[in-house]
Ligand binder design. Structure first.
Ligand SMILES: CC(=O)N[C@@H](C)C(=O)N[C@@H](C)C(=O)N[C@@H](C)C(=O)O
Length: 710
């Protein structure tokens, strides 16, 4: 295989891993300061660390780094007075030190720790128009105040006790154990957060100052106390999202209740002055998520996710309810898309909503009154972290696609502006990297057994120089979820690394994918081995017809639910030369109850459905070399799936291990990683082993394994 690619950041894994990654945005209440988080590789390439950057909202000045803490800073948010708050751990503190809230004054000068809790702080909610700040902090159930909490934590740590006595569900989340502490909301007490202006910081020309987050000079005098707003929260706020009203009078939060192992979520309103709590909305047939309070404080918008059943897929819809309580009302009733994020317009007349649509995740404008179909404001890309300027004329967001990583953009919200003219990229902290190929949108028509026809759309990433004379081998990549879409840049599943090595990568959205309407999700519901599988094969068939694709050299790969599909593919066709399966579901009888969110899957999976669709039953039909990858700390798809897959592959696949134990299959095991491979050194090993395995089985080329594998 010879494809001439000019050298890009994707040709060399060290170069790729060193690319900076843009994250969440925050906008000051006056709309004049825009801050973006950015992760970058540390000096010894073993960790990414996040810093905060100031981005010029007008797009003229280059981005400017604001924070330089050794352990990084995250969760930027502005107070009403324009101070920048963020969450960080002090450099120089011991390894057990917990993150606390820091304040970088609007008037310039050094950042200082504002509020801390013995268990650390995980989120900060400043009101946009009042001196009120609420924080989210993990708290031990037996602690009655900060002193007792410190004592209990010390006793656990001194005696090296990590045991947790559970009385309910859940017990784990993605990659960490839950308990014995759990999140609670605290109001920050003390003097108002008025702007500080001192003689020493007069030299800060533009009201900001570079800040070195060090333990220097801050006495406890600068720090504020906290008042517990939810002492009885138990596990109710685990994984919850909360929003504070602009006047700081109340918080609306998702509140979880459990019965057995089933968990449901409702919305509660919590008065910040008194901690008084009332149920704002609860629905028997839907979980309520992601509340946002309108700027005028009158309404709360949220997403309702209907409770699925073995027969019926969930449906996500946008709603509003009066903030004082009352009847809830669905927005954009005729809209057949799933809202992802909701952001209020400043005059409280409507919302900016992101939702997957046909391989993109655009921004839509949803009016509270009138239209039952929203207006699509943007064309290409997947948008996130949407914030709106106070005069409502424009918004800022991050935008990415499979052609470029997240970048900061400004969106003109004026009436009548053409969608392709609304958006312009600002000078963010990172530039777009050049790609080693090109991205195409492809569509395939499939006909189901009942005669109905559907379009399966995919992205196809092609290497430079792929042609009829020089066709590229093909990798089918299958996304996870499964309720998702290949529409945003992923650092974990990055096709351009394989494109730089000469492969074409096909990224299809089969049945169950979002952005194509409810019916497209329903087609695959409870029948994962049917339409999702046949759609994947149809998309592969179609691109294999293209002259620049070599249909004799192909592989299938997937992670998580995509790994489930890869396992299903391996047991149902011999058409691929290799299959790579990462963090995959293998035996549905055991996966259901052992995943961290068993209730989620139990709604869909009957014992019959689990049996019918479980890849493990087809192990004897697997005649394709498989690379199994799993992290021991994966609690979403627990390691038992990877271990059982590996054992059964060795003993029972159509390519069993020889008597001397040798096998063509491989198991890449990460004792310290979880569902995702989060450290740079392991991400590098991941790509290297995948590349070596594919080179051997797809290209027939022997490559050396990374030396670090011993
Ligand atoms: C609660 C739950 O299981 N939610 C699902 C969205 C989920 O996490 N599914 C995983 C099995 C999965 O496929 N995850 C994908 C999105 C991944 O890439 O991690």
């Amino acid at each position: 295989m010879t494809h001439t690619t000019s050298q890009t950041r994707f040709d060399d894994l060290d170069d790729y891993l060193a690319l900076p990654r843009t994250g969440a945005l925050a906008l000051s209440p006056d709309g004049r300061r825009l801050v973006a988080a950015q992760s970058a590789l540390n000096a010894d390439a073993t960790r990414w660390s996040t810093s905060l950057w100031e981005v010029d909202p007008d797009g003229e000045a280059p981005a400017r780094r604001l924070t330089r803490g050794a352990k990084g800073e995250g969760g930027p948010a502005f107070t009403a007075a324009g101070d920048l708050l963020f969450v960080a751990t002090r450099a120089g503190e011991d390894d057990d030190a917990k993150p606390c809230v820091w304040r970088l004054p609007a008037g310039g000068g050094e950042a200082h720790a504002l509020v801390r809790r013995p268990g650390g702080i995980s989120g900060v909610l400043p009101a946009r128009a009042a001196d009120t700040v609420v924080v989210v902090a993990d708290t031990l159930p037996g602690a009655t105040d900060e002193a007792s909490e410190r004592r209990l934590r010390k006793a656990r740590s001194k005696n090296k006790v990590s045991a947790i006595l559970h009385t309910g569900y859940p017990v784990r989340y993605w990659d960490h154990d839950l308990g014995p502490d759990a999140p609670r909301l605290f109001a920050v007490e003390g003097a108002p957060l008025a702007p500080e202006k001192t003689d020493e910081n007069d030299d800060a020309e533009d009201g900001t100052a570079d800040v070195e987050v060090t333990p220097a000079d801050q006495g406890p005098d600068d720090e504020r106390g906290t008042r517990d707003l939810t002492p009885d929260a138990g596990k109710a706020l685990l994984g919850s999202s909360s929003a504070i009203s602009d006047d700081g009078a109340f918080v609306v939060a998702t509140w979880h209740t459990s019965a057995g192992s089933a968990i449901r979520s409702h919305l509660v309103r919590i008065d910040v002055a008194t901690g008084e709590r009332s149920v704002l909305v609860t629905e028997e047939d839907a979980d309520l998520e992601d509340p946002v309070v309108s700027p005028d404080g009158a309404s709360v918008a949220y997403v309702a996710s209907s409770i699925s059943s073995p027969e019926e897929a969930p449906r996500r819809t946008a709603w509003i309810v009066p903030a004082a309580g009352g009847a809830a009302r669905r927005l954009a009733e005729a809209w057949d898309r799933w809202p992802a994020s909701l952001t209020w317009l400043p005059d409280s007349s409507g919302l900016l909503v992101t939702a997957d649509e046909q391989g993109h995740s655009p921004i839509f404008r949803v009016a509270l009154e009138g239209a039952d179909q929203p207006e699509r404001l943007t064309t290409d890309g997947a948008y996130g972290s949407v914030v709106v300027a106070p005069d409502g004329t424009h918004a800022f967001a991050t935008r990415s696609s499979y052609a470029y990583p997240a970048e900061v953009v400004r969106i003109d919200l004026g009436d009548g502006v053409a969608p392709d003219e609304r958006v312009r990229a600002l000078r963010g902290p990172a530039e777009r990297p050049a790609l080693p190929g090109r991205l195409e949108d492809v569509a395939t028509t499939v006909t189901d057994a009942d005669g109905s026809t559907h379009t399966v759309r995919s992205y196809l990433a092609l290497p430079e120089g792929a042609s009829e004379e020089n066709p590229a081998p093909l990798l089918l990549w299958i996304h996870g979820g499964p309720l998702g879409s290949w529409n945003a840049w992923s650092w974990r599943w990055n096709p351009w690394i394989m494109v730089a090595r000469g492969y074409a990568v096909l990224l299809p959205d089969p049945a169950l994918s979002t952005g194509y309407g409810q019916e497209f999700v329903q087609r695959g519901w409870g029948a994962w081995g049917d339409a999702p599988y046949t759609d994947l094969m149809a998309a592969t068939d179609a691109v294999e017809q293209r002259p620049e694709i070599d249909e004799t050299r192909t592989a299938a790969m997937g992670g998580s639910f995509g790994g489930y599909m890869a396992n299903w593919v391996a047991g149902h066709t011999d058409r691929f030369d290799a299959v790579v399966t990462h963090a995959s579901l293998w035996a549905l009888d055991q996966f259901g109850p052992t995943t961290d969110a068993a209730y989620y899957w139990a709604r869909e999976m009957t014992p019959e459905m689990g049996l019918e669709n479980s890849p493990h039953r087809f192990v004897g039909d697997i005649r394709t070399p498989m690379l199994v990858i799993h992290g021991d700390k994966d609690y979403r798809v627990p390691i038992g799936e990877g271990l059982r897959l590996w054992t059964e592959l060795l003993s029972s696949s159509g390519l069993p291990a020889a008597e001397d134990g040798s096998t063509v299959h491989r198991f890449l095991y990460f004792p310290d990683e979880n569902h995702w491979i989060l450290t740079p050194q392991h991400a590098k090993v991941w790509y290297e082993v995948v590349e070596t395995f594919l080179a051997e089985h797809v290209l027939g080329e022997a490559r050396d394994l990374p030396e670090v594998l011993g």
